[in-house]
Design a protein around this ligand. Structure first.
Ligand SMILES: Cc1cc2nc3c(=O)[nH]c(=O)nc-3n(C[C@H](O)[C@H](O)[C@H](O)COP(=O)(O)OP(=O)(O)OC[C@H]3O[C@@H](n4cnc5c(N)ncnc54)[C@H](O)[C@@H]3O)c2cc1C
Ligand code: FES
Length: 316
């Protein structure tokens, strides 16, 4: 987590499903339990790392429950593993419990909804790098768009537990209130106190919500909410760090805001991933070469998914 810490040893492990709870129309929280070497590897996971799940053996849900817009793609074979990051990691005796927050968008995530306690899945991980905490930071600002809230909840937990000198504030946005991937209803009074989200409040982290249609919190993109908040705050550039995860368009804007205010910023990038381990080259991220006009391609799965926002050449 700090710049000096080592990453966990990756491998292929079998995890037992202990829960798979629907928390919204399209959102689920999957609980995985690791024992033995898997428990050891996943206990050391850093926020922002991910794992590749093999859900090819899971059944499709009944046809009548499949959303109409996914009906055509539902039956596609799920040959490749799918990447997911972690919303929470806890250890209990010699076991490690890993929670994944996922959104149903296609054949693999549709199949994931039928996983139940007692089933098991093959997982390769932990993969990639995680968010880093540079020396001397006093404030960490977490900016999430949609499912990006998952790894940033994990980060909030780690920052508040291991870096008590750092104040953490979270910003979470989505198109509408229904598309915010959180379990509980937003409480109006809590929103006024800027502790809108119990998922962050449980770590003592203040949170602000934004929705494009104004159905909850700030009316507009989360980046506008964030920028407005920064304009009013006295956070100094050099003692602040921004962590962001969400759609690339949002990350582009967060990177611009960070650059304008000279604040360190780490962004978690998403790419389609075939192997997840640096072999297939399908997950290229164009990056600037320091002190040069040249760019090179780095691999999202091996060099990322977390990058310094200054090095990324955003595509949107
Ligand atoms: C490092 C990383 C961490 C991730 N963590 C999470 C997570 O915690 N929770 C979660 O719900 N999802 C996460 N994702 C995205 C998740 O992997 C995809 O939603 C999943 O693979 C979809 O599989 P599917 O078969 O259901 O749908 P597919 O048919 O594979 O995809 C459905 C739609 O989503 C788009 N899509 C799928 N994967 C990606 C991607 N990686 N980048 C951009 N567009 C994509 C496709 O183009 C398509 O339009 C993560 C992705 C990466 C790279
Ligand atoms: S997913 Fe294969 S190289 Fe990154």
């Amino acid at each position: 987590m700090s710049e000096k810490s080592s990453t966990a040893k990756r491998g292929a492990y079998l995890a037992a499903i202990c829960a798979n709870k629907q928390i919204g129309e399209r959102f689920y929280r999957l609980g995985l339990e690791f024992s033995g070497a898997g428990a050891e590897a996943f206990a050391k996971v850093q926020a922002g790392q991910f794992a590749q799940l093999d859900v090819s053996g899971a059944a499709l849900p009944p046809a009548e429950t499949i959303p109409e817009e996914l009906a055509d793609v539902a039956g596609r074979k799920v040959l490749l593993r799918r990447p997911f990051s972690f919303v929470d990691v806890t250890t209990k005796d010699d076991r490690t419990l890993v929670d994944i927050l996922y959104c149903v968008v296609g054949p693999a995530t549709l199949r994931m909804t039928t996983l139940a306690a007692g089933d098991s899945v093959s997982i390769i991980g932990p993969l990639g790098n995680g968010f880093r905490v540079p020396e001397g930071k006093k404030t960490a600002l977490l900016v999430a768009g949609g499912m990006g809230a998952g790894p940033l909840q994990h980060l909030a937990k780690i920052l508040t537990a291991d870096f008590p000198g750092i104040e953490v504030i979270a910003f979470a946005g989505a198109k509408t209130a229904e598309e915010l991937p959180f379990e509980r209803q937003l409480d109006k009074i809590a929103q006024q106190l800027e502790f809108s989200l119990p998922e962050f409040a449980k770590y003592g982290v203040q949170s602000l919500v934004a929705t494009d249609d104004g159905s909850a919190g700030f009316a507009g993109p989360v980046t506008d909410c964030f920028s407005e908040w920064l304009g009013k705050s006295d956070s100094a550039g050099e003692s602040t760090v921004i962590y962001s995860c969400g759609p690339e368009q949002m990350l582009t804007r967060v990177a611009e805001i960070a650059k304008a205010r000279n604040i360190d910023c780490q962004v978690s990038m998403e790419r389609r991933m075939a192997c997840g381990i640096g072999i297939c080259q399908s997950c290229a991220v164009e990056c600037r070469v320091a002190e040069s006009n040249e760019t090179i391609y780095k691999l999202c799965c091996e060099d990322g998914p977390v990058f310094d926002s200054k090095e990324v050449v955003f595509s949107s």
